[in-house]
Write a new protein. Structure first.
Ligand code: SUG
Length: 421
């Protein structure tokens, strides 16, 4: 059965922040993670911030879904690293990470109009660069297999094999006239050899494009600026975001900035670039505030809005740029700050927290779709079960392990998803 393109819409699947959310400083090259390592975390507040963000976008008339936290602590990982009393705390903490909340790294998604078989293809990201993230993909796939189990409309692949690191949609952009129209898919990779790991390997991106049955004429492969990676842009979505015809980007996002625009324009002539010059917002300030880790959304009115972290409003340079941008006549007409500070402190802004899927909502398992009543339910379960605070010394304790497991169980029961137990 082929997908009816008139019913296709963008659905943002946000990752629910898990009950083990903590700051363990696990991500080399991610400045927020490194600088908050060892701080106490507030999982309940973090998860409620995430639900509030989803409610905000639903209130704007947009389709919203969610993915669930993965099982933590991951006993299988602890067993496989031979964890014992002498195991360094950071290694142990990997098995407790709630990092699956950043669903921009859950998978790469190619909507049905782009693919050879007319289905929406999803490839979970192998996330092999970091131990705490490399444990995610099989459990992520188990959820994708249910949420997108309708094989008339979706194909869910296995992750691409190591050693090619794949970090999913965070390094992927799609340009199109409208979400239901055929698109041009842009894959951004990093060249290894710098101070920090280049987490997206070119060959992983190329494998995903082949697996998804994309037409090579509508694929563009671009190198990320090594200086951006050195400055802490560990994923491309820290320095650029795309929506329909628009690329919102820092002037130093790509290794060859003009060459990148030319390559995209050759495949997608309608490209509109909104470039933020370094003189307006330095790379360091862009990374600190996560201006580009924004959701660039097409509202039901047809206007585009940029959902940015609150940190942007607090930065004189960034906010001046935003105000000037909306006073002008460019394609981005609104800038909307949201509070996702608990996630930001681990390097995850509004864009990290969501996976964009273009689909007919009627073809998605409804248990993964949000409405106001389900948002109420999520808030109730979180308020009742999520730990209020986790101190680094709690990681590894049996008491915390039981409460984290019980919290996830309560969520699965409430959502009728005990198959994921
Ligand atoms: O992989 N942070 C995540 C943040 C991911 C952000 N995603 C996107 N940019 N799309 C990461 O670096 C920190 C965990 C810790 O240190 O406890 C962490 O994994």
């Amino acid at each position: 059965m082929s997908t009816d393109s008139t019913r296709l819409t963008e659905i943002n699947f946000d990752g629910l922040v898990g009950p083990s959310h903590n700051y363990a400083g696990l991500s080399l090259g991610n400045i927020a993670s490194a600088s908050h390592g060892g701080d106490p975390s507030y999982p309940r507040a973090a998860a409620l911030q995430g639900v509030a963000k989803m409610r905000g976008n639903m209130g704007r008339g947009l389709s919203q879904g969610f993915l669930l936290p993965l099982p933590r602590p991951n006993d299988d990982l602890l067993r496989r690293i031979g964890a014992d009393e002498g195991t360094p705390p950071q290694l142990r903490a990997a098995a407790w990470s709630a990092s699956s909340m950043w669903t921009a790294n859950a998978a790469t998604v190619s909507p049905a109009p782009d693919t050879a078989d007319g289905r929406c293809h999803l490839t979970p990201a192998n996330l092999v660069t970091m131990l705490h993230r490399g444990q995610e993909w099989r459990d992520t796939k188990a959820q994708l297999d249910i949420a997108f189990g309708n094989s008339d409309h979706f194909a869910v692949h296995d992750a691409v094999p190591p050693s090619f690191g794949d970090e999913g949609a965070a390094n992927h952009m799609r340009f199109c006239e409208g979400h239901g129209s055929p698109g041009v898919e842009v894959f951004v990779y990093g060249r290894p050899g710098g101070r920090f790991p280049a987490r997206q390997h070119e060959q992983a991106s190329r494998a995903v494009a082949r697996l998804h049955g994309l037409d090579p004429r509508t694929c563009v492969f671009i190198e990320q600026n090594p200086a951006a990676i050195e400055a802490g842009a560990f994923h491309n979505d820290v320095v650029a975001v795309a929506n329909e015809r628009v690329l919102f980007t820092h002037a130093e996002a790509f290794a060859d900035q003009q060459g990148a625009y030319d390559a995209i324009r050759a495949a997608f002539p309608a490209l509109e670039v909104v470039e933020v010059p370094t003189e307006a917002v330095s790379m360091a300030e862009a990374i600190r505030t996560y201006l580009f880790n924004a959701q660039l959304l097409t509202l039901p009115t047809g206007e585009m809005a940029l959902v940015v972290p609150e940190e942007c409003r607090e930065s004189p340079d960034v906010w001046r740029f935003c105000e000037q941008m909306i006073a002008g006549n460019g394609p981005i007409r609104q800038v909307i700050p949201v509070d996702v500070r608990q996630s930001m402190a681990n390097g995850g802004g509004p864009a990290c927290l969501r996976l964009r899927v273009v689909a007919d909502p009627a073809t998605v398992d409804p248990r993964f779709l949000l409405d106001e009543a389900k948002a109420d339910l999520l808030e109730t379960v979180i308020a009742k079960n999520w730990p209020e605070q986790i101190d680094p010394a709690d990681i590894g304790s049996d008491a915390l392990a039981s409460s984290v497991r019980a919290a996830r169980s309560a969520l699965l029961d409430a959502l009728d998803l005990s198959a994921l137990r």
